[in-house]
Design a binder for this molecule. Structure first.
Ligand code: F3S
Length: 280
Protein backbone atom coordinates (compact mmCIF):
# COMPACT_ATOMS: atom_id res chain seq x y z
CA UNK A 1 0.00 0.00 0.00
CA UNK A 2 1.29 3.46 -0.99
CA UNK A 3 0.12 6.61 0.74
CA UNK A 4 0.17 10.05 -0.82
CA UNK A 5 -0.64 13.18 1.13
CA UNK A 6 -2.15 16.19 -0.65
CA UNK A 7 0.35 19.01 -1.25
CA UNK A 8 -1.82 21.44 0.69
CA UNK A 9 -3.43 19.81 3.68
CA UNK A 10 -4.08 20.35 7.38
CA UNK A 11 -3.83 23.47 9.57
CA UNK A 12 -4.15 26.77 7.75
CA UNK A 13 -2.23 29.87 8.83
CA UNK A 14 -5.13 31.34 10.83
CA UNK A 15 -5.93 28.21 12.82
CA UNK A 16 -2.27 27.53 13.59
CA UNK A 17 -1.85 31.13 14.72
CA UNK A 18 -4.92 30.88 17.01
CA UNK A 19 -3.66 27.68 18.65
CA UNK A 20 -0.15 29.13 19.07
CA UNK A 21 -1.57 32.31 20.63
CA UNK A 22 -3.75 30.30 23.03
CA UNK A 23 -0.79 28.15 24.11
CA UNK A 24 1.48 31.21 24.45
CA UNK A 25 -1.10 32.85 26.72
CA UNK A 26 -1.78 29.76 28.81
CA UNK A 27 -0.74 29.50 32.47
CA UNK A 28 -1.67 27.66 35.65
CA UNK A 29 -4.94 29.60 35.61
CA UNK A 30 -7.63 28.62 33.10
CA UNK A 31 -7.37 30.37 29.75
CA UNK A 32 -10.77 30.34 28.06
CA UNK A 33 -11.53 30.09 24.39
CA UNK A 34 -14.86 31.66 23.54
CA UNK A 35 -16.44 28.71 21.77
CA UNK A 36 -14.41 25.77 20.47
CA UNK A 37 -11.08 27.19 19.32
CA UNK A 38 -10.99 24.60 16.56
CA UNK A 39 -13.50 22.14 15.09
CA UNK A 40 -11.48 19.18 16.19
CA UNK A 41 -12.27 17.47 19.47
CA UNK A 42 -8.89 15.69 19.66
CA UNK A 43 -7.04 19.00 19.55
CA UNK A 44 -9.45 20.55 22.08
CA UNK A 45 -8.65 17.67 24.42
CA UNK A 46 -4.90 18.15 23.89
CA UNK A 47 -5.24 21.85 24.72
CA UNK A 48 -6.86 20.97 28.06
CA UNK A 49 -3.35 19.96 29.22
CA UNK A 50 -2.45 23.68 28.86
CA UNK A 51 -5.52 24.67 30.94
CA UNK A 52 -7.22 25.97 27.80
CA UNK A 53 -10.96 25.39 28.13
CA UNK A 54 -13.81 26.35 25.86
CA UNK A 55 -16.55 28.48 27.38
CA UNK A 56 -19.88 29.11 25.66
CA UNK A 57 -21.40 31.80 27.86
CA UNK A 58 -19.64 35.07 28.65
CA UNK A 59 -21.27 35.07 32.10
CA UNK A 60 -19.21 31.95 32.93
CA UNK A 61 -15.86 33.75 32.47
CA UNK A 62 -14.19 34.95 35.66
CA UNK A 63 -13.24 38.63 35.87
CA UNK A 64 -9.57 39.22 34.90
CA UNK A 65 -9.36 35.82 33.20
CA UNK A 66 -7.89 35.54 29.70
CA UNK A 67 -10.26 34.70 26.88
CA UNK A 68 -9.13 33.81 23.39
CA UNK A 69 -11.26 34.88 20.44
CA UNK A 70 -10.95 32.10 17.89
CA UNK A 71 -9.88 32.41 14.25
CA UNK A 72 -13.51 32.62 13.00
CA UNK A 73 -13.82 35.95 14.82
CA UNK A 74 -16.69 37.43 16.82
CA UNK A 75 -19.22 40.21 16.25
CA UNK A 76 -18.38 43.62 17.68
CA UNK A 77 -21.01 43.12 20.41
CA UNK A 78 -18.99 40.21 21.84
CA UNK A 79 -15.93 42.45 22.32
CA UNK A 80 -18.16 45.00 24.05
CA UNK A 81 -19.62 42.37 26.38
CA UNK A 82 -16.18 40.92 27.18
CA UNK A 83 -14.80 44.36 27.95
CA UNK A 84 -17.79 45.08 30.21
CA UNK A 85 -16.98 41.83 32.05
CA UNK A 86 -13.38 43.07 32.55
CA UNK A 87 -11.70 40.05 31.02
CA UNK A 88 -8.41 40.08 29.09
CA UNK A 89 -9.04 39.52 25.41
CA UNK A 90 -6.49 37.57 23.35
CA UNK A 91 -7.70 38.26 19.83
CA UNK A 92 -6.81 35.28 17.63
CA UNK A 93 -9.20 36.25 14.83
CA UNK A 94 -7.49 35.25 11.58
CA UNK A 95 -6.12 38.42 9.92
CA UNK A 96 -7.97 37.48 6.70
CA UNK A 97 -11.26 37.40 8.65
CA UNK A 98 -10.32 40.61 10.45
CA UNK A 99 -9.95 42.25 7.01
CA UNK A 100 -13.56 41.25 6.22
CA UNK A 101 -14.71 42.88 9.48
CA UNK A 102 -12.86 46.10 8.60
CA UNK A 103 -14.25 46.15 5.05
CA UNK A 104 -17.80 45.63 6.33
CA UNK A 105 -17.39 48.31 8.98
CA UNK A 106 -15.80 50.86 6.59
CA UNK A 107 -18.08 50.36 3.59
CA UNK A 108 -21.27 50.19 5.63
CA UNK A 109 -20.26 53.37 7.45
CA UNK A 110 -20.04 54.94 3.97
CA UNK A 111 -23.57 53.94 2.99
CA UNK A 112 -22.92 50.63 1.24
CA UNK A 113 -25.23 47.67 1.72
CA UNK A 114 -23.16 44.53 2.19
CA UNK A 115 -23.84 41.23 0.42
CA UNK A 116 -21.95 38.37 2.01
CA UNK A 117 -21.80 35.14 0.03
CA UNK A 118 -21.69 32.21 2.42
CA UNK A 119 -23.57 30.14 4.94
CA UNK A 120 -25.60 32.33 7.29
CA UNK A 121 -25.30 29.75 10.08
CA UNK A 122 -21.51 29.56 9.97
CA UNK A 123 -19.86 31.29 12.98
CA UNK A 124 -17.48 33.23 10.72
CA UNK A 125 -20.49 34.70 8.89
CA UNK A 126 -22.50 35.51 12.01
CA UNK A 127 -19.39 37.21 13.43
CA UNK A 128 -18.83 39.22 10.24
CA UNK A 129 -22.48 40.32 10.18
CA UNK A 130 -21.96 41.90 13.58
CA UNK A 131 -19.55 44.52 12.14
CA UNK A 132 -22.08 46.10 9.77
CA UNK A 133 -23.25 49.63 10.50
CA UNK A 134 -26.15 49.23 8.06
CA UNK A 135 -27.88 46.51 6.05
CA UNK A 136 -26.09 43.24 5.45
CA UNK A 137 -27.57 40.27 3.57
CA UNK A 138 -26.15 36.76 3.38
CA UNK A 139 -26.71 34.61 0.29
CA UNK A 140 -25.82 30.95 0.14
CA UNK A 141 -27.00 30.33 -3.40
CA UNK A 142 -27.36 32.33 -6.66
CA UNK A 143 -31.10 31.51 -6.69
CA UNK A 144 -31.53 33.45 -3.44
CA UNK A 145 -30.05 36.51 -5.17
CA UNK A 146 -32.34 36.04 -8.19
CA UNK A 147 -35.35 36.12 -5.87
CA UNK A 148 -34.07 39.16 -3.92
CA UNK A 149 -36.14 42.19 -4.90
CA UNK A 150 -34.70 45.09 -2.87
CA UNK A 151 -33.62 48.28 -4.66
CA UNK A 152 -30.13 49.22 -3.47
CA UNK A 153 -27.83 52.13 -4.37
CA UNK A 154 -24.36 50.93 -3.50
CA UNK A 155 -23.34 47.36 -2.75
CA UNK A 156 -20.20 45.75 -1.40
CA UNK A 157 -19.96 42.02 -2.11
CA UNK A 158 -17.69 39.84 0.03
CA UNK A 159 -17.26 36.11 0.55
CA UNK A 160 -17.06 33.85 3.57
CA UNK A 161 -13.40 32.77 3.46
CA UNK A 162 -14.16 29.08 2.95
CA UNK A 163 -16.69 29.06 0.09
CA UNK A 164 -15.95 27.56 -3.33
CA UNK A 165 -14.76 29.88 -6.12
CA UNK A 166 -17.57 28.51 -8.31
CA UNK A 167 -20.21 29.76 -5.81
CA UNK A 168 -18.59 33.19 -5.78
CA UNK A 169 -18.51 33.31 -9.61
CA UNK A 170 -22.14 32.25 -10.04
CA UNK A 171 -23.37 34.74 -7.41
CA UNK A 172 -21.24 37.56 -8.89
CA UNK A 173 -22.76 36.91 -12.31
CA UNK A 174 -26.33 37.35 -11.02
CA UNK A 175 -25.46 40.40 -8.92
CA UNK A 176 -23.86 42.03 -11.97
CA UNK A 177 -27.03 41.45 -13.97
CA UNK A 178 -29.30 42.90 -11.27
CA UNK A 179 -27.32 45.83 -9.83
CA UNK A 180 -25.17 48.63 -11.24
CA UNK A 181 -23.06 50.20 -8.48
CA UNK A 182 -21.28 47.16 -7.05
CA UNK A 183 -17.83 46.70 -5.51
CA UNK A 184 -16.70 43.06 -5.51
CA UNK A 185 -13.88 42.02 -3.17
CA UNK A 186 -13.24 38.31 -3.34
CA UNK A 187 -12.29 37.44 0.24
CA UNK A 188 -12.07 33.68 -0.27
CA UNK A 189 -8.92 32.54 1.50
CA UNK A 190 -6.33 30.90 -0.75
CA UNK A 191 -5.76 28.23 1.94
CA UNK A 192 -9.20 26.95 1.07
CA UNK A 193 -8.76 26.86 -2.72
CA UNK A 194 -5.26 25.40 -2.41
CA UNK A 195 -6.60 22.58 -0.21
CA UNK A 196 -9.60 22.05 -2.50
CA UNK A 197 -7.50 21.97 -5.70
CA UNK A 198 -4.85 19.65 -4.34
CA UNK A 199 -7.56 17.34 -2.93
CA UNK A 200 -9.27 17.25 -6.35
CA UNK A 201 -5.98 16.49 -8.15
CA UNK A 202 -4.96 13.79 -5.70
CA UNK A 203 -8.43 12.17 -5.68
CA UNK A 204 -8.19 11.75 -9.46
CA UNK A 205 -4.82 10.03 -9.19
CA UNK A 206 -5.39 7.45 -6.41
CA UNK A 207 -7.53 4.36 -5.80
CA UNK A 208 -9.14 5.69 -2.63
CA UNK A 209 -9.14 8.95 -0.68
CA UNK A 210 -9.28 9.54 3.05
CA UNK A 211 -10.41 12.95 4.24
CA UNK A 212 -9.36 13.53 7.84
CA UNK A 213 -10.94 16.05 10.13
CA UNK A 214 -13.69 17.02 12.52
CA UNK A 215 -17.24 16.15 11.51
CA UNK A 216 -18.29 19.68 12.50
CA UNK A 217 -15.64 21.32 10.29
CA UNK A 218 -17.31 22.82 7.23
CA UNK A 219 -14.05 23.12 5.26
CA UNK A 220 -13.30 19.43 5.87
CA UNK A 221 -16.83 18.49 4.75
CA UNK A 222 -16.22 20.48 1.55
CA UNK A 223 -12.99 18.59 0.90
CA UNK A 224 -15.00 15.38 1.25
CA UNK A 225 -17.61 16.57 -1.27
CA UNK A 226 -14.95 17.61 -3.79
CA UNK A 227 -13.04 14.36 -3.43
CA UNK A 228 -16.22 12.26 -3.67
CA UNK A 229 -17.24 14.05 -6.87
CA UNK A 230 -13.97 12.85 -8.45
CA UNK A 231 -13.45 9.53 -6.68
CA UNK A 232 -16.36 7.52 -5.23
CA UNK A 233 -13.93 5.64 -2.96
CA UNK A 234 -13.72 8.65 -0.65
CA UNK A 235 -14.04 8.19 3.10
CA UNK A 236 -14.29 10.71 5.93
CA UNK A 237 -12.63 9.97 9.28
CA UNK A 238 -12.19 12.07 12.36
CA UNK A 239 -9.10 10.20 13.58
CA UNK A 240 -7.28 6.85 13.57
CA UNK A 241 -9.84 5.22 15.90
CA UNK A 242 -12.53 5.32 13.21
CA UNK A 243 -10.61 3.60 10.44
CA UNK A 244 -10.77 -0.14 9.82
CA UNK A 245 -7.55 -0.79 7.94
CA UNK A 246 -8.73 -4.18 6.59
CA UNK A 247 -11.16 -2.35 4.32
CA UNK A 248 -8.30 -0.54 2.55
CA UNK A 249 -6.06 -3.51 1.77
CA UNK A 250 -7.70 -3.80 -1.66
CA UNK A 251 -6.32 -0.41 -2.72
CA UNK A 252 -2.78 0.12 -4.05
CA UNK A 253 -2.57 3.89 -3.68
CA UNK A 254 -4.41 5.80 -1.00
CA UNK A 255 -4.56 9.58 -0.97
CA UNK A 256 -4.97 11.63 2.18
CA UNK A 257 -6.16 15.16 2.65
CA UNK A 258 -7.01 17.00 5.86
CA UNK A 259 -9.13 20.04 6.63
CA UNK A 260 -7.68 23.36 7.76
CA UNK A 261 -8.63 22.50 11.35
CA UNK A 262 -6.98 19.07 11.43
CA UNK A 263 -3.75 18.89 13.45
CA UNK A 264 -0.79 17.17 11.78
CA UNK A 265 -0.46 14.71 14.67
CA UNK A 266 -3.96 13.34 13.95
CA UNK A 267 -2.99 12.66 10.31
CA UNK A 268 0.39 11.16 11.34
CA UNK A 269 -1.30 8.74 13.76
CA UNK A 270 -3.76 7.60 11.10
CA UNK A 271 -1.03 7.08 8.48
CA UNK A 272 1.02 5.10 10.98
CA UNK A 273 -1.96 2.85 11.75
CA UNK A 274 -2.66 2.31 8.04
CA UNK A 275 0.94 1.39 7.27
CA UNK A 276 1.44 -0.84 10.31
CA UNK A 277 -1.82 -2.76 10.08
CA UNK A 278 -1.80 -3.15 6.29
CA UNK A 279 1.38 -5.24 6.61
CA UNK A 280 -0.18 -7.65 9.12
FE1 F3S B 1 -7.73 32.28 8.00
FE2 F3S B 1 -7.91 31.19 5.69
FE3 F3S B 1 -7.58 29.73 7.78
S1 F3S B 1 -9.17 32.83 6.44
S2 F3S B 1 -8.58 30.81 9.41
S3 F3S B 1 -6.10 31.20 6.96
S4 F3S B 1 -8.88 29.24 6.03
Amino acid sequence: MKIKIANHSGFCYGVKRAIDLAVKNSSDETTYSYGDIIHNKDEINRLKSYNIEPVYDIEDIDRDAKVVIRSHGEPKSTYDRLQAQNVNIVDATCPYVKRIHSLIEDYSTNGYTVFLIGNKNHPEVTASMGWAKGDIFVFGDPKEIEGFEKKIDKILVLAQTTIKESLWDSCAQIINKKYKNVVFINTICSATSLRQNSTRELAAAVDAMLIIGGKKSSNTKKLYEISYSVNKNTFFYENKDEIIVQKFKIYDIIGISAGASTPKWVVDELVEKLLNESEE
